[in-house]
Ligand binder design. Structure first.
Ligand code: SF4
Ligand code: SF4
Length: 374
């Protein structure tokens, strides 16, 4: 008699997938159309058919450590062709949500981020924190005739004192999560020899080619149904990079060279900030419109909460700046407080929400190139 292997389904995982957008999971009858039509599925290890059956069987551990779930860009070409309406694209999206939660450090924060009641806490906590910071600095209410954001929340003893330790904690948390994911993905694989690494250009060569693909959205562009999502996605990504440059510049200018913001409207950094803000808003509203009109995919709280937080950052930033220029102090300071709190929420969101796809997908590209699969 042949030796059998008992498969223990993780029922909680199956139900979780069903609640996170994969409600059609059980309709799949393994025809493999999805793997054939997927423009990103490799011949030697195709997806998502295999993932559909593993998800039906509740094989959580096998699924969450599989790098292939991150090679999918959720274009839903497969869902459009699936004869059973099983929406494999959404099922893969739900598996990715579990992957992020499983590797999150600490896990309770990931749990909180996944629930609607967590959103209130994510915004409420920083609002109270910044008000306490302003109170301790003696800047509540803000003084001075001119509206300057830092008259309300000072740079070093207000913004920096909150964001610098927060950034360090989140970088540590993300590092821990990604290290565990890398270790699990690499189980049983043979690392490249020194010569093979030399051919790949070493770690820098691998990182460079991975980033080149991500910054140009090379794979995303191959997806038919996702064509209209490429431009807003690119706009959002490049505006984030622009705003990161602006934030770093302002941080160095104020903390090291003691040059006071805000800068004049014609200052290059201000121009970059305003252009990035416009691209940011166009990108997020465009993505929102696409999501609302996309009939091939299901949108859950997991998808909408990220869009909401990103939108809050953009809208409050623009309103704070607009009211500052219009000399409406109460609203300018009010929206500045909401803006800082939204940025805080977005930061906290990074390792625990859908936003973490930035880090996980980049890591999988690097992993793929390191182990010689692309
Ligand atoms: S998800 Fe749809 S297309 Fe893919 S194997 Fe199942 S039934 Fe076929
Ligand atoms: S959603 Fe797109 S990338 Fe993902 S499996 Fe389906 S066809 Fe492939």
């Amino acid at each position: 008699m042949a030796n059998g292997r008992l498969v223990e389904p993780d029922v909680k995982f199956i139900n979780g997938i069903i609640q996170t957008g994969g409600s059609s999971l059980k309709k799949c009858f393994q025809c493999a159309t999805c793997s054939v039509v997927c423009p990103l599925s490799p011949e030697d290890n195709p997806f998502p058919r295999k993932h559909m059956i593993l998800a039906q069987w509740g094989q959580k551990q096998a699924l969450i450590k599989d790098p292939a779930i991150w090679l999918c860009h959720n274009c839903n070409d497969c869902s459009s062709y699936c004869p059973r309406g099983a929406r494999p694209g959404d099922v893969l999206g739900a598996i990715r949500a579990f992957c992020i939660e499983e590797y999150a450090t600490p896990k309770w924060l990931a749990n909180m981020v996944r629930q609607p009641k967590g959103l209130l806490l994510l915004f409420g906590f920083p609002i109270i924190l910044f008000l306490i910071v302003a109170l301790l600095n003696g800047t509540l209410p803000p003084k001075g005739a001119e509206i300057i954001p830092h008259n309300f929340i000072p740079v070093i003893t207000g913004v920096d004192i909150v964001f610098v330790p927060l950034a360090a904690l989140l970088a540590f948390s993300l590092f821990k999560s990604l290290s565990r994911f890398w270790k699990d993905m690499s189980m049983g694989l043979t690392p490249p020899s020194a010569y093979q690494m030399l051919v790949k250009g070493g770690w820098w060569g691998i990182l460079y080619s991975s980033l080149k693909e991500i910054l140009g959205h090379t794979r995303f562009r191959k997806c038919g149904a996702a064509k209209e999502r490429t431009v807003p996605h690119l706009l959002l990504m490049w505006s984030f990079i622009g705003l990161l440059v602006v934030t770093t510049f302002v941080f160095i200018a104020e903390d090291i060279f003691h040059v006071e913001a805000p800068f004049p409207l014609v200052h290059p950094i201000k121009i970059l900030a305003n252009l990035s803000a416009v691209a940011f808003l166009i990108g997020i509203f465009w993505l929102m419109k696409n999501r609302m009109t996309d009939r091939d995919s299901v949108s859950t709280y997991w998808d909408w909460s990220l869009i909401f937080v990103i939108m809050a950052v953009g809208v409050t930033g623009v309103l704070a700046e607009g009211f500052r220029l219009a000399h409406v102090a109460f609203l300018a300071y009010g929206f500045y407080l909401l803006h800082l709190s939204s940025v805080f929420a977005l930061f906290v969101y990074l390792p625990f929400s859908k936003f973490a796809h930035l880090a996980y997908r980049t890591l999988v590209y690097v992993h793929e190139k390191y182990y010689g699969k692309s």
